[in-house]
Design a protein. Structure first.
Length: 154
């Protein structure tokens, strides 16, 4: 494993394996945003094939997220989330058909809003604290944890 790409791949696999479902969801949203940003750059330089490749990769992630939603047990919030992902999927398709960077900007705005909302629920503090006892489990947190698991990669 002397290739730097191999080290990055192992590191990424470890990051995903050690992340909780919410962190994994945030990673997927980051991935979509990365590919939409790259698609916008490709539009600006006229690289149609790479624009297409990047929108396809973003669409693959959105399709994966849509497939993770359990509308039967998730109720109305799951139905609404599925509609949001469906809209994003249509707009990603529009990027390919219209070759318009403004659509990329629109999609990035929606994704940023969604990512910020999910990130605000992240219980992990990015700054390490002094040794402290973990909080006692809260029974009211269980429904949220199960909703997150339904909408994230487990």
């Amino acid at each position: 494993m002397n290739n730097p790409a191999d080290f990055r791949s192992v590191y990424l696999q470890q990051q995903v394996a050690n992340a909780n479902p919410l962190q994994q969801l945030l990673m997927l949203l980051d991935g979509i945003m990365k590919f939409v940003s790259r698609a916008r750059e490709c539009i600006n330089v006229g690289d149609i094939q790479e624009r297409h490749n990047n929108t396809r990769r973003a669409m693959d992630i959105v399709a994966h997220l849509m497939g993770m939603i359990d509308v039967t047990s998730g109720g109305e919030p799951a139905v609404r989330l599925r509609r949001i992902y469906g809209y994003i999927m249509r707009r990603l398709s529009d990027i390919d058909f219209k070759n318009d960077p403004a659509i990329c900007d629109e999609v990035m705005g929606h994704l940023t809003t969604m990512r910020n909302a999910w990130a605000s629920m992240n219980p992990v503090n990015p700054q390490p604290q002094q040794a402290a006892l973990p909080p006692k489990p809260d029974a009211s947190a269980a429904p949220m944890d199960s909703a997150i698991k339904r909408n994230a990669v487990a």
